[in-house]
Design a protein around this ligand. Structure first.
Ligand SMILES: C[S@@+](CC[C@H](N)C(=O)[O-])C[C@H]1O[C@@H](n2cnc3c(N)ncnc32)[C@H](O)[C@@H]1O
Length: 254
């Protein structure tokens, strides 16, 4: 296995054992400030599908680096038939959880750079916080190339990732050594490299820096008693370039 994928496996294993990825504090709707990004992402996917005027019943979708499959459930909720949803992930323990949570879906343990799916078979390919997890630019480029190969003409490559400027994070690997965990990637130049093969269809900033989340959802809690008011303020703030943490891109293949 390549060094970068070995590093990934090594940093994800201890964090998974600690329950980080399915602990309710990580992604649960009841944790309002953490869930802000989740909700914004889901709304952006809905908006993108709406803008395309797609019928969910007709869609074939795939997530590269699907982890334990949390985004795949968004596709089922959209009404996309289960046999038209594929998740690809190479970490065995994530795959095991994804299959347990979503037994009806096609979840494959593979390197997402070689999915084994037919070319021009997908309407939407999602790459959610994968490029920042992979540090090697060549691996990132190969993932994008595979996504492009999979897309039908008019299909969308949806990328959500950290904005450049977000501090690089480190973590302990299985041997207790400190290694890079994630590193923000500039996505726009990746699309520029794709030249005339498509265009950016829709994009938006989202997420809110932790201090601001704390301000809107905890410190101002008494003033902003209505949940809708808290959300609205937080979402408005997350449109500001210095306040947001992530960027959503939907790139349309010609
Ligand atoms: C930060 S996690 C995000 C998981 C998922 N997309 C989500 O949002 O919940 C990044 C995932 O990408 C996976 N990944 C990175 N490179 C991969 C590759 N070449 N093939 C398959 N999975 C890969 C990692 O194993 C990890 O599960």
């Amino acid at each position: 296995m390549e060094k970068d994928l070995e590093r990934l496996e090594s940093v994800y294993r201890p964090r998974t054992k600690a329950g980080e990825f399915w602990d309710h504090r990580s992604f649960h709707p009841l944790v309002e400030d953490v869930f802000l990004l989740e909700r914004q992402f889901q709304e952006l996917v809905l908006e993108t599908v709406r803008r395309k005027q797609w019928n969910p019943q007709d869609l074939f979708v795939c997530e590269l680096g699907c982890g334990w499959g949390r985004n795949l459930s968004l596709f089922t909720e959209l009404g996309i038939p289960c046999n038209q949803i594929v998740g690809v992930e190479f970490l065995e323990h994530f795959i095991a959880t994804a299959k347990k949570l979503q037994p009806a879906l096609d979840i494959r343990r593979r390197d997402a750079r070689e999915t084994g799916l037919p070319g021009a078979s997908q309407d939407l390919v999602l790459v959610h916080t994968v490029l920042s997890a992979v540090l090697e630019p060549r691996l990132q480029a190969d993932l994008i190339q595979e996504a492009l190969r999979l897309l039908k003409p008019g299909g969308l490559l949806v990328i959500l990732d950290l904005l450049p400027g977000y501090a690089m994070k480190f973590a302990e690997d299985a041997q207790g050594k400190t290694v890079p965990f994630l590193k923000p990637v500039a996505i726009a130049p990746l699309f520029q490299a794709l030249g005339g093969q498509g265009r950016i269809f829709y994009q938006s900033s989202l997420g809110l820096r932790p201090r601001l989340r704390g301000l809107f959802f905890r410190r101002l809690h008494r003033l902003l008693r209505a949940p809708k008011a808290r959300r609205l303020m937080a979402e408005l703030a997350s449109c500001l370039p210095f306040a947001s943490t992530h960027r959503f891109f939907a790139w349309e293949k010609r």
